[in-house]
Write a protein that binds this ligand. Structure first.
Ligand SMILES: [Zn+2]
Length: 132
């Protein structure tokens, strides 16, 4: 399934200095994957804006719009990333790749392993299996 999502924000916040800008620079497209629907993979073309930062003291002159459901420069939505990490943590990476493929999520076992290695380890005090 393919979809185009146009973000029509009237303003955006600079990620560096938090200045709210209403001056658009340009528009660009990002292709991202989302959770599968009814056994079909979902590909979304997100049309976003770049904005001028109006703060003269800010080193960033142009910034890209941030979305709470899509990390900067990510190619998968946050909820799809969470599902992949969950499948990766509850299986070995080869099995996780097969499960993802069965769910129509295109990802290699190496990419799943990369995500697991990148994850912060659970601190001992927060571990549910300690202290009982
Ligand atoms: Zn700024």
């Amino acid at each position: 399934m393919y979809a185009v999502l146009k973000i029509c924000s009237k303003h955006a916040q600079c990620p560096k200095c938090k200045h709210v800008s209403s001056r658009q620079h340009s528009q660009y497209a990002r292709k991202v994957d989302d959770l599968p629907v009814s056994g079909h993979s979902v590909h979304i073309t997100v049309l976003l804006h770049k904005w001028f930062c109006g703060n003269k003291d800010c080193k960033i002159k142009v910034f890209t719009e941030r979305l709470n459901w899509l990390s900067p420069s990510a190619r998968k939505t946050n909820r799809l990333e969470n599902l992949i990490r969950h499948v990766g943590f509850t299986n070995n990476c080869l099995a996780a790749e097969k499960i993802c493929r069965k769910m129509r999520i295109s990802i290699s076992h190496d990419a799943i392993l990369y995500r697991i290695k990148k994850e912060e380890p659970v601190k001992p005090r927060e571990c549910p299996f300690r202290g009982h």
